[in-house]
Design a protein around this ligand. Structure first.
Ligand SMILES: Nc1nc2c(ncn2[C@@H]2O[C@H](COP(=O)(O)OP(=O)(O)O)[C@@H](O)[C@H]2O)c(=O)[nH]1
Ligand SMILES: [Mg+2]
Length: 213
């Protein structure tokens, strides 16, 4: 649940990157971190925690805390040409707890504690053709976790990732066959930080909107 600390002037929310193994969740979280650091070093001053296998794959989760104020958010929005009035935020600080779950099926039981209490989800799809079934299974699992609340109380933003590769399905195909018509969808290349900050921002803003609506 989005937490509002009136005394400290802070709003805290939990954002979880979800998707099948190697779809680009960890890469997306790091891409957002690197980008925001270029805007203001202080907003990601806490360390990223990554609990990985010896091969560098996510064993349990990655975690990064982002501290965003109106000034930072405004300059990001301006960079992307998005006109959005943020006066409602006043002098509140937005604390985004960014998590990336493990996508490896071997560690599937470790996904439940990571998604628990999520306020908003970024679902990362691997656009490669051979990953279609894995994406589908992962989305079904996510729906089982949240049931009716998914994409209603808990917003879902979709990243169609790895758009730089040649063996990918067209976006239209993925949207139609994974039934993503009702989701906000971004085409992304996480390794080049393309589309990742937009998806992150949309996810954060939708979580806040969903809290107050
Ligand atoms: N070509 C390409 N590779 C990507 C992209 N995003 C992630 N990768 C690569 O895919 C692999 C798995 O990424 P990772 O973020 O660890 O996946 P996770 O299991 O979902 O956390 C890594 O080798 C990444 O460099 C992308 O947009 N394009
Ligand atoms: Mg990972």
């Amino acid at each position: 649940m989005v937490q509002i600390d009136v005394k400290k002037h802070e709003i805290h929310l939990k954002l979880v990157y979800y998707g099948c193994g190697e779809s680009g969740k960890t890469t997306s979280l790091y891409a957002v971190k690197r980008y925001l650091q270029t805007i203001n070093r202080n907003c990601t001053s806490t360390k990223t925690i990554s609990i990985s296998t010896s091969g560098g794959r996510t064993l349990y989760y990655d975690y990064q805390f982002f501290s965003l104020n109106r000034e930072i958010l405004s300059s990001v929005l301006e960079k992307f040409g998005i006109q959005l009035d943020l006066t409602w935020l006043g002098d509140f600080n937005l604390g985004v707890h960014g998590w990336a779950a493990t996508g490896q099926d071997f560690y599937a039981p470790l996904r439940a504690p990571v998604v628990k209490g999520a306020d908003t989800i970024v679902f990362v799809i691997d656009s490669q053709r051979e990953k279609f079934i894995e994406n589908k299974r992962s989305l079904e699992e996510l729906k089982r976790f949240f049931g009716e609340k998914l994409n209603k109380k808990i917003p879902v933003v979709v990243q169609l990732n790895k758009r730089d590769l040649w063996n990918i399905y067209p976006s239209d195909f993925l949207i139609k066959n994974l039934r993503l018509e009702n989701y906000l969808v971004y085409e992304t290349v996480a390794t080049q930080a393309k589309g990742t900050i937009e998806a992150f921002l949309a996810s954060v803003l939708l979580a806040i909107q969903s809290t107050f609506s």
